[in-house]
Design a protein around this ligand. Structure first.
Ligand SMILES: CCCC/C=C\CC(=O)SCCNC(=O)CCNC(=O)[C@H](O)C(C)(C)COP(=O)(O)OP(=O)(O)OC[C@H]1O[C@@H](n2cnc3c(N)ncnc32)[C@H](O)[C@@H]1OP(=O)(O)O
Length: 346
């Protein structure tokens, strides 16, 4: 870990050749995260010493023909790592300078911001493709980063994203998208749009009748509903325009032509130094925000997901141990290791 003059900690994963997460590396990460919290660093950036791999995910050797006690410690330490990183009160960002499969993607999605190097790298949760079911909290990390629908497809297909896909895979709403929502759904003849004042006047007139007065609440709701349905496209357009303006004010990168960024990564960079600079810029956005309020807000925002693991830790561990100890899984791991070895020898 190196802390810069701004008080931002840059933590570099350094376990050659591919930063696979074994017990020792996970323990070192946990100690480092504790130090960052204790030192009251302004924020933390995670990156890798390898020029091509951010992290290859869990060290398969920890799961292949494992020692039972070590395997349990390994899993509990991974849970700890995620609880500390995903739940960190300080700002976190990942400068992803290479491939980030499975556990590598987990680390990245546990951070608040991701900058990935342009190039032939990939990122994603590929567990299902390997015949492994990613536990709830690993799925939750992705769901917390990209929209639920996309997260489900990515998880069930074990999708590995290219850098371009990770940046661009997003919902397409915006001005064009709003138009694609189609015309307002109205029963009967289309009503010309009315302003809220017109609707209120109409409602008040109707309320003059004693019978209608009884239905005041319903009439007001109906009038509001009618207004919202009639004006839907305009309301969506205005909201998007307002959102884009706010994002621009806050220096959040938005493509204006009707495409919102909801990417797996937030930005790309040409090299590691630029990626770190961009991460620093993200962390410095919080300079004027009281850190206690910021940290607590983040933790409340993430609490539901964190709490799910905290209350189910033992069951989650048992599930992992049962899975890994299945002969079929051991066989798959053996084949996968052989395939990786063969590939690396080419
Ligand atoms: C309920 C369970 C939930 C589980 C949650 C998470 C699951 C995981 O994280 S499982 C791990 C999934 N990881 C992967 O599928 C990635 C596998 N690795 C790769 O695809 C490539 O290695 C990578 C693209 C990351 C890098 O490619 P290269 O730079 O070309 O390196 P090599 O492929 O040549 O690898 C060098 C060396 O490292 C060994 N290796 C790679 N990955 C792992 C790993 N995850 N665990 C252990 N060892 C790994 C690879 O076999 C090579 O070894 P040697 O042949 O001995 O040099």
């Amino acid at each position: 870990m190196a802390v810069d003059n701004d008080g931002i900690a840059v933590v570099t994963l350094q376990r050659p050749p591919v930063n696979s997460l074994n017990l020792d590396l996970l323990q070192a990460m946990n100690n480092t995260f504790d130090d960052v919290a204790k030192n009251k660093s302004k924020g933390m950036i995670l990156t890798s010493a390898s020029p091509t791999v951010f992290s290859a995910g869990l060290d398969i050797m920890e799961m292949y023909k494992p020692d039972p006690k070590r395997l349990e410690t390994f899993w509990v330490t991974l849970q700890d790592m995620w609880l500390k990183l995903f739940g960190a009160s300080f700002p976190t960002a990942a400068a992803i300078n290479g491939h980030a499969p499975a556990g590598g993607c987990l680390i990245a999605t546990s951070c608040e911001y991701r900058v990935m190097l342009s190039g032939k790298f990939t990122i994603g949760l590929n567990e299902t493709a390997l015949g492994i079911v990613p536990p709830t909290w690993i799925q939750d990390s992705l769901r917390h980063t990209i929209p639920t629908r996309q997260a489900e497809i990515a998880l069930t297909t074990g999708k590995m994203f290219t850098v371009d896909e990770a940046l661009k895979w997003r919902t397409n709403r915006g001005a064009e998208g709003a138009a694609r929502l189609g015309p307002p759904v109205l029963e009967g003849p289309q009503m010309p749009p009315r302003s809220p004042d017109q609707i209120l006047n109409k409602t008040l007139k109707m309320c003059l009748s004693p019978k209608m007065a009884l239905d005041t609440g319903i009439i007001k709701l109906n009038a509001l509903n009618e207004y919202l349905v009639t004006e839907r496209t305009t309301i969506v357009d205005n909201a998007i325009t307002f959102g884009i303006k706010k994002c621009n004010d806050m220096d959040i990168n938005i493509q204006k032509r009707g495409r919102r960024k909801v990417g797996l990564i937030d930005e790309t960079a040409a090299d590691k130094a630029e990626a770190i600079e961009k991460c620093k810029k993200f962390i410095k956005r919080f300079d004027k925000i009281p850190s206690l309020a910021r940290g607590m807000t983040k933790q409340i925002f993430r609490q539901e997901v964190l709490q799910k693991l905290l209350t189910n830790r033992q069951a989650d561990t048992k599930q992992f141990l049962d899975l890994v100890n299945q002969p079929k899984i051991q066989q798959s791991l053996e084949l996968y290791l052989a395939m990786l070895k063969q590939k690396s020898q080419k």
